[in-house]
Design a protein around this ligand. Structure first.
Ligand code: SAH
Length: 381
């Protein structure tokens, strides 16, 4: 989708303050930024000639110097449970994925932050694909724009199964999780700008608690996030001790569990209504024993947290298996018995490879990881 020739700045890459500066530099009033955001994100207009409350001259200048280009939708898949997955082609030809999960009363969009991932979590399909680059702000926020637009267009069809009864914005996407491809905190500035757009009243206007960022545990960046943009935080813990976490989430060697949990405590601070979500993927025979549940309860006892158990989602050539349902229930019940709020995440969209950890996109790996990973097996004693 292109509506410009020789365009330079993609206005989708500017959050409100960046856009205000852009207009001020042009000799325009800063409130043009509000008008433009409303056209693009609320009225869904991405053609400058249609932005009728901007002067003709300004519309022409924007047409000449800027663009509102979106990624191309290469494919759209729909799961039997109503989950959608889009494969989106970026301007350089790389493809990323986003996933929409409808639930009663809300619709959650799982957004990617990088082309691939630079981390090397052994149980994740994205890691296996390697890494290409960070996404630009426009490429992150476009995922929300596209999901809302596509879903609104099909909303009235009988097979529609998403609920749109949320009072505030009445849009299909009511919640956003930065849990797609990539480690969002390794693309800090762009992710923060995009999240600001998600929450801006002139844009999608989501409240801070409806935007969740999930990280493998980049401690300094979590502290920075707390100061600059304290959205809801999810941390991929996955193990109750450093020896095991080193193997599952190699970033643990740099940022181990103790300091990470201290950082979670700082994130919540004095606000006793907030909680960090600790994600824990359930891997059969690896991290799902009763002893490990007890160890987990012990280390997180003083952390204002809730635990999200994620049944492992398999992908080709993985060495891992999903824990049995009874094992997951026992693990959950043991945490509950210790007064730790725990839920098991329902697996959604796995028939179209849209579940947690299954996103793979289609891109050129710029590391040699995808090749090395084919042979990699981690030994668990
Ligand atoms: N890089 C971020 C976002 C990753 S995806 C992070 O590490 O948090 C979101 C969640 O899915 C993470 O908790 C991740 O560990 C988990 N995940 C990855 N692969 C998975 C798989 N195969 N099955 C289930 N969950 C998985």
């Amino acid at each position: 989708m292109s509506n410009t020739q020789g365009a330079s700045v993609n206005l989708l890459s500017l959050d409100r303050s960046a856009m205000e500066n852009y207009f001020l530099d042009m000799g325009e009033k800063s409130f043009r930024a509000q008008q433009l955001l409303q056209w693009v994100y609320q009225k869904k207009v991405i053609r400058f000639p249609d932005m009728t409350d901007l002067s003709k001259r300004l519309r022409q200048t924007l047409q000449q110097n800027t663009n509102l280009d979106l990624p191309e939708i290469v494919s759209q898949q729909r799961s039997t449970d109503g989950t959608f997955k889009w494969l989106l082609k970026l301007k350089d030809g790389n493809c990323i994925e986003s996933v929409y999960i409808p639930e009663s009363g809300r619709g959650t969009l799982c957004v990617s932050s990088q082309v691939g991932c630079g981390l090397n979590c052994t149980f994740c399909a994205t890691a296996r694909q390697g890494f290409n680059r960070n996404l630009d702000v426009d490429e992150i926020i476009s995922q929300v724009w596209i999901a809302n637009n596509v879903l609104e267009a099909i909303e009235n069809k009988p097979e529609n199964c998403f609920v749109r009864d949320v009072a505030d914005q009445r849009r299909p996407v009511t919640n956003i999780v930065m849990m797609g491809m990539g480690e969002p905190l390794l693309n800090f500035d762009n992710v923060v700008s995009a999240m600001r757009l998600m929450m801006d009243d002139y844009s999608f206007g989501l409240s801070m608690r409806r935007v969740t960022l999930s990280t493998a545990g980049m401690i300094p960046a979590i502290d920075q996030l707390r100061q600059q943009c304290p959205v809801s935080l999810a941390v991929s813990l996955h193990a109750p001790d450093d020896a095991l976490r080193d193997k599952l989430v190699p970033l643990n060697k740099k940022y181990p569990i103790g300091p990470l949990l201290d950082c979670c405590r700082r994130y919540v601070g004095e606000n006793n209504r907030r909680r960090v979500t600790l994600e824990y993927v359930m891997l059969k025979g690896v991290n799902d024993s009763a002893e490990q549940a007890r160890a987990l309860a012990k280390i997180i006892r003083h952390v204002p947290a809730k635990v999200n158990l994620i049944p492992f989602n398999p992908f080709p050539q993985t060495q891992f298996q999903r824990s049995e349902a009874e094992t997951i229930d026992r693990f959950r019940d043991m945490l509950l018995a210790e007064n730790i709020f725990t839920v098991t995440r329902t697996t959604r969209g796995d028939d179209i490879d849209a579940a947690c950890g299954q996103l793979a996109g289609d891109f050129v790996d710029r590391t040699s990881r995808s090749r090395r990973m084919q042979q990699q097996t981690v030994v668990f004693s």
